[in-house]
Design a protein around this ligand. Structure first.
Ligand code: MOS
Length: 759
């Protein structure tokens, strides 16, 4: 039934509904903290009330006296455990219970464990700390921050990128801009709260926690606890929103595991939304200076992008989106530089298209400004600067359908009806503006393993330790198996989210569909090979058809001659009831250690701008209409049209959902999202969904997604580019450009609020 709709276009997968849709809408898809755990005790965190200094005394007596309190784990109690590490699977090197130093506001100072949640919460509130307090540095303009060049400080960012002689080209340019842009602190705010449930059976530790990286966490948690990774199991069958926040493991996980060992029973700690602002990661605020120089004909001759990012004192977290912005157009010359600003803050982390979201926002806003300077249509300006090869390494793109995306989105949007003059479009009390911007996201894949089992009645089971974080990866992995093995998707089950399954990489960087589908494809092909050999072999149902081209369709092996053999007959000839294959996929160019690293939970990414042969990116173009009330300056976004090309689309329904979700978060960035910081105390202020604004249904009107067909076999065997984060890039710049078109106000600091537009 599910496969009734035919594939609409070449390379466009069937829009089958999610195979877990029914479970999700009936509440049966349990998040980790929902899973029943017998005899569970409740943990509640106590956190610091200062952002910088140290604890001189911790007073726990009143907390211990609360009836039902079983234990309090605090500074000095977990010395047997190693400190967390920053990088790979770890969010931060700050080990909050390892020493008395306070690195940021809201740092964990204790975990109270009690018979009930209420008792634990009451006790946590009664914990008092005496501090030796120092004046914290909150952000960019604070006294006492540590600023340093980012290059070489983190494996995430090796060097500043350059091409040609920027200074000379910029000085000589006939038309130029030099502007500054900024993006604010943002928090992921997944609806599912962060939680850890841990228990021990002998030396076996089981942890239920929403995760984008169960294999990485298993390894990192075992390292911290100094136990064998084989004794650690991380379970995360469903995740209620992640956006990067559940990628790196935070300090809490080991603390809860220690508490569970001490009290000798399962401990569950569900972190309040307020506490999540400091105990999890976030998107740090960024600043940008962009210089563009061009000839009068619109050809860019010089592009300069300098970025500044906030991070914690100890950790060099850096996103450095100049890797994408410096390769976007045919610039002639390029100069980039990225700086880190260390402040008294928790360590930031990946969030919704981490590098591109802030950096491409700045670039695309600047591109629109430059088009205005040139008196040129912004689409035409991009067309003129479309590159043959990317400017940094001189490499070709494996495929690049950006102009096709612009053409199709412009057509669907009705861009030709736009009147170019600022403030020229009006509808009653509403000022109308139209803008556009490029979306881009690197295409990568990482080593991944999968196990596929096919039984003689046509049932398929797919297993891979990837993560269903809402993307639909469980469904598309199932589709890949259904297609290769010629069975209906209804007969496929897919198991994910458990570190006991074949290892998969972190579900981040939009790599999951490409990585998991490539591994599933490989396992399925191994099954096919065996079935085909048996079918045409001696005594097989297609014996004598040795030279035929074989395919699997409708639970049968089909030869190009038209002859076919039912699956059950092939299995009968093999005298077995099922075939099971385990496959390991490693992307082209993987190091000899890549697979070993996969089992140790370290994903070796390949693709993007890292490959020798070509640069691999997915592209899109987004067109936005805004309406601004001429009296109140209320800003509405009645419609967005986005066209995207991302190689093979496994499932047009889940792909559309991902891209729509991305554009909705793009509206969030443009108009809503910002974490406000009390500069005196380096403290997040609006730490809940009442005050941290996200787009809601009333903010979203028409969203149109166009999937532009694209075939790219260079990216990976599955031909999949991945698009989980693509739609989110470009929206904010398109909104900013539309706001400029409507009002003549160029807003360079996100989010764009009513107060920015009041005369
Ligand atoms: Mo995503 S922010 O790469 O988990």
């Amino acid at each position: 039934m599910n496969q009734a709709a035919p594939a609409p276009k070449e390379n466009m997968g069937n829009p089958v509904p999610r195979i877990d849709a029914r479970l999700k809408v009936t509440g049966q898809a349990g998040y980790p903290a929902d899973l029943a755990t017998a005899n569970v005790a409740y943990g509640v965190l106590a956190t610091s009330t200062i952002a910088r200094g140290s604890i001189s005394a911790l007073r726990l007596e009143r907390a211990r006296a609360v009836p039902g309190v079983l234990d309090i784990v605090s500074v000095g109690d977990i010395d047997e455990v190693d400190k967390p590490k920053f990088g790979n699977a770890g969010a931060s090197s700050i080990g909050p219970l390892h020493d008395k130093t306070i690195f940021h506001d809201g740092q964990i100072i204790a975990l109270v464990v009690a018979e009930t949640f209420e008792a634990a919460a009451e006790a946590a509130m009664l914990i008092r700390a005496d501090y030796a307090q120092e004046t914290p540095s909150a952000s960019f303009d604070s006294q006492g921050t540590g600023i340093e060049p980012a290059a070489g400080k983190s494996p995430m960012y090796k060097e500043d990128l350059k091409a040609g002689d920027f200074d000379a080209a910029y000085a000589a340019a006939a038309v130029k801009i030099d502007q500054k842009y900024s993006t604010p602190t943002q928090h992921h705010n997944p609806i599912e709260l962060f939680s850890t449930t841990a228990w021990w059976q002998g030396d076996q530790l089981t942890v239920h926690e929403p995760s984008q990286n169960v294999t990485g966490w298993k390894t990192e948690l075992a390292r911290q606890l100094k136990i064998d990774p084989a004794n650690v199991r991380i379970v995360s069958p469903y995740v209620g929103g992640a956006f990067g926040s559940k990628g790196p493991m935070t300090a809490r996980t080991a603390i809860v595991a220690v508490a569970a060992r001490r009290v000798g029973r399962p401990v569950r700690c569900v972190v309040s939304r307020m506490q999540a602002y400091d105990t999890q990661t976030y998107r740090a605020e960024t600043r940008h200076r962009i210089r563009i120089g061009a000839n009068r004909d619109g050809r860019i001759t010089a592009f300069g992008h300098e970025g500044w990012e906030v991070t914690s004192r100890p950790d060099a977290y850096v996103v450095a989106g100049t890797s994408a912005t410096s390769r976007m157009y045919n610039y002639g010359s390029v100069l980039t530089h990225v700086s880190l600003v260390h402040a008294d803050r928790n360590t930031p982390g990946y969030m919704r298209s981490p590098p591109e979201t802030p950096y491409v926002y700045a670039l695309e806003n600047a591109m629109d400004e430059m088009a205005v300077e040139l008196g040129m249509d912004p689409v035409e300006f991009r067309r003129i600067n479309e590159p043959e090869k990317e400017p940094i390494g001189g490499k070709p793109f494996s495929s690049r359908s950006l102009i096709k995306c612009y053409d199709q989105a412009a057509e669907a949007f009705g861009w030709s009806k736009r009147e170019a003059a600022v403030g020229s479009m009006r509808d009653g009390d509403w000022l109308v503006g139209m803008g556009c911007a490029t979306a881009v996201y690197p295409t990568a894949a990482a080593p991944c393993a999968a196990r596929v089992r096919l039984t003689d009645d046509g049932h398929v089971r797919v297993q891979s330790g990837s993560h269903e974080i809402g993307t639909g990866v469980r469904t598309v992995a199932g589709q890949m198996a259904a297609e290769r093995l010629g069975v209906d998707i209804d007969k496929v089950s897919v198991e994910m989210g458990d570190s006991t399954l074949p290892p998969a990489p972190v579900s981040g960087g939009s790599i999951s569909t490409a990585s998991v589908c490539s591994a599933v494809l490989k396992a399925c092909d191994a099954i096919r090979e065996k079935l085909f050999a048996a079918a045409v072999g001696e005594g097989g149902p297609l014996a004598g058809s040795g030279n035929a081209k074989l395919e699997m369709e409708k639970e049968a092996v089909v030869a190009d001659s038209g002859k076919s053999a039912r699956l059950s007959d092939v299995f009968k000839a093999m005298q077995i009831g099922a075939l099971e294959e385990y496959a390991e996929f490693a992307p082209k160019g993987s190091s000899p250690e890549a697979l070993k690293k996969l089992y140790a939970g370290q994903a070796e990414f390949h693709g993007g701008d890292q490959d020798e042969d070509s640069v691999k990116y997915a592209f899109g173009a987004e067109f936005v209409e805004v309406r601004i009330n001429s009296y109140t300056r209320e800003i509405r976004v009645p419609r967005i049209v986005g066209a995207f090309a991302a190689g093979r689309i496994m499932n047009t329904r889940t792909a559309r959902s991902q891209l729509m979700g991305g554009m909705i978060w793009g509206i969030g960035q443009a108009l809503h999202e910002a974490t406000e910081i009390d500069q005196r105390h380096a403290r997040y202020v609006n730490r809940d969904l009442q005050d941290y604004l996200v787009p809601v249904n009333a903010d979203i009107k028409q969203l149109e997604v166009i999937l532009v067909p694209e075939v790219d076999h260079a990216v990976n065997p599955a031909g999949v580019k991945g698009l989980g984060e693509l739609g989110n890039v470009g929206t904010a710049a398109a909104v900013a450009s539309a706001v400029y078109h409507a009002t003549g106000r160029r807003i360079r600091d996100l989010p764009i609020r009513i107060e920015d537009l009041i005369v």
